[in-house]
Design a protein around this ligand. Structure first.
Ligand code: TTP
Length: 214
């Protein structure tokens, strides 16, 4: 069995089997796999309706925290584990765009995003084995080029907008519409790997020192 080189001066207090991802999102699973993490998956269904006049930034953080807390409260076996959850919110100004489930809503979102900049807010929540909840908000900016009717028709035909915040996925065909981003790319896809590694690292869970089981 191959193991990654471990510097002797570092104490590892966390490893992969101690990590739970409270998410049904294949994107979040794939993002964690990119940095060598394969957590247990526990889906936490929560009510994702924004509160009246709730701003996108606190909404993203609240959603992530509720997912993590629900996973912990529903599964006794998570008690001594790190629980990670994320939430992606696409906002045009202070307006929260929906996760699009039908083509009409997806068209409305794409028309709104066409030719302008918007923000993607990523809420991240981490519950440590001692039960402490920590959260972060990560912001990325995305600029779409102007979309013509054919662009929107063709994109709708891909079905890639289904279940995506704001009606698009940067990791698919929508990449051809995106002129510029600033901030974290992984934050737009699902959650910021930089911030996750930093949050885990702050709790003694060093992502670079997880045994490689392959
Ligand atoms: C903007 C954007 C969003 N998305 C996706 C990421 C999220 O899966 C989804 C936003 O919905 P979320 O509620 O953040 O996540 P989810 O419902 O898919 O999964 P879970 O709550 O169980 O963790 O939009 C992309 O895949 N690419 C993008 O470019």
């Amino acid at each position: 069995m191959a193991t990654k080189q471990k510097p002797h001066n570092k104490k590892v207090i966390g490893h992969d089997s101690q990590l739970v991802l409270a998410s049904a999102s294949p994107r979040r699973r794939e993002l964690l796999a990119q940095i060598g993490l394969s957590p247990a998956i526990m889906v936490a269904d929560i009510d994702e309706t924004p509160h009246k006049r709730e701003k996108p930034q606190p909404y993203a953080v609240r959603m992530a925290a509720e997912k993590a807390l629900k996973a912990r409260n529903q599964n006794a076996e998570t008690a001594d584990k790190f629980i990670l959850a994320g939430d992606t919110v696409v906002a045009c100004g202070q307006r929260i765009l929906p996760k699009t489930e039908d083509p009409v809503t997806a068209r409305t979102c794409l028309s709104l995003l066409s030719g302008r900049r918007h923000r993607v807010y990523g809420g991240i929540a981490l519950i440590s084995p001692d039960g402490h909840l920590r959260t972060r908000l990560v912001t990325s900016m995305v600029r779409f080029r102007t979309l013509g009717p054919d662009d929107i028709d063709n994109y709708i035909a891909t079905n890639e907008w289904q279940g995506k915040a704001g009606g698009y996925a940067i990791q698919g065909m929508a990449a051809i519409f995106i002129q510029q981003i600033s901030g974290s790319y992984s934050n737009i896809v699902g959650f910021s790997l930089f911030d996750i590694a930093a949050m885990l690292g702050g709790q003694g869970f060093d992502v670079m020192q997880i045994p490689d089981m392959t």
